[in-house]
Ligand binder design. Sequence first.
Ligand code: SAM
Ligand code: SF4
Ligand code: F3S
Length: 452
Amino acid sequence: MQFTHLHGKTYFIRTFGCQMNMHDSERVSGLLDSCGCLEVAGPEDADIVIFMTCCVREAADTRLYGQCSSCKSLPPAPSGRRVVAVGGCIAQRDGSGLLTNLDNVDVIFGTHSIAHVAELIDAAFDDGEHHVRCEETDSEAATTMPWHRAEQYRAWVPIMTGCNNFCSYCIVPYVRGREKSRAFEEIVDEVTGLVRTGVREITLLGQNVNSYGRDLFGSPRFADLLRAVGETGIERIFFTSSHPKDLLPETIDAMADVPAVMPQLHLAVQSGSSRILKLMNRKYTREQYLDLIDRIRDRIPGIALSTDIIVGFPGETEEDFEQTLSLAERVGYAQAFTFIYSKRAGTPAAEIVDDTPREVILDRFNRLVHVIEDSAYAFNQHDLHTTVSVLVEGSSKKDPSMLLGKSPKNQTVHAPIPDGYSIDALIGKIVDVSVDRARTWYLSGDVVSDPR
Ligand code: SAM
Ligand code: SF4
Ligand code: F3S
């Protein structure tokens, strides 16, 4: 289809939230590129400004209002007219209701409607009216959309959309819909195609990849997918997220057996107290989670474990919190994303009365951050005086003479750019780094191999 108003227009996309939104933005970019639009680095140079929004916590939610309003003070758009579009999870949640508070928004498109973004923006240029589309209920059309990848050497590969878990605090199932797996062959073919174009690392994406395939004919399992993707020639496979209740022994076996699956696992625990886990509707206990961790470590020694933890769930007592602290100490996470509970209207947890003072929650949060920092530091110490292979991502912003990249355990690694190489020649290459410094959030050392 020809969208006559789009050809030659410039666009800018700002993305908030998780990798799902990042990937959706790559699809929106791909679609706009195919309509003859050109991506620019900032909103001031853009005829089309798109916000891909997140509402998982209140802070992400409120940011949109400031960002949208700031578009009003931009210099005039290059073409003389600027269209502002809002997509992502807030758009899906609020639909045309957003127009009440955001008077400069022209287009609103929901999480399942990204395949329509070009026609909506074209129509807005054409008639100057508001165009809202949030009624689609699945994102299947998006998987065949063109794809504009920011990086040539690694890619996100969504394997499923939506979530069926309804953790009591979480808005995601309401804005992303029910779980829907992509066809097994379609994913394997996509990864094969990516390998041919030079991609070396993929991250398989889903809100709970462990329930992949349950809705497909023949119920292929996530373990089968890992094994099949491991045969494509891809060098590094990561995946996120894994719900502990659905991590099967065969998935642990596949992780151990498939050389391309990296020794890293993100396994959100959310709380160390079985009482709070029940209120969260997580469907596992502290003991079951710890038992799972032991089984993973037995099979994959040295694996880097990361997690998500929520502090201040309504009614969390000091005793509950201490259970979280002791669980984090026992597991020894390499990394953790720690969040203060944020009340989300429409979720069951929003109904629970909570009288924990804010300063108590902040104090708990800081205590947890210290435990995580200690365990991340201890974890990185294991790699001191070893050699790690590093996929180079770019140079350090603070010191452009240093390259930075990721180890197989997803640690950030810094090293001086070797003599005779430019950073551009190294991005996407793998180098061996001999580690002589291990800090809380990074390793550093010298490159000891040719780039490959
Ligand atoms: N599906 C993923 C999983 O279960 O591992 C997580 C997806 S969610 C985008 C990322 C994290 O946000 C969750 O693991 C949780 O820790 C956090 N989160 C979700 N809802 C929250 C809320 N209402 N308040 C604070 N943190 C929240
Ligand atoms: Fe939210 Fe739970 Fe689904 Fe993760 S598994 S997206 S935390 S409802
Ligand atoms: Fe946010 Fe939506 Fe992801 S709410 S965390 S962008 S699924």
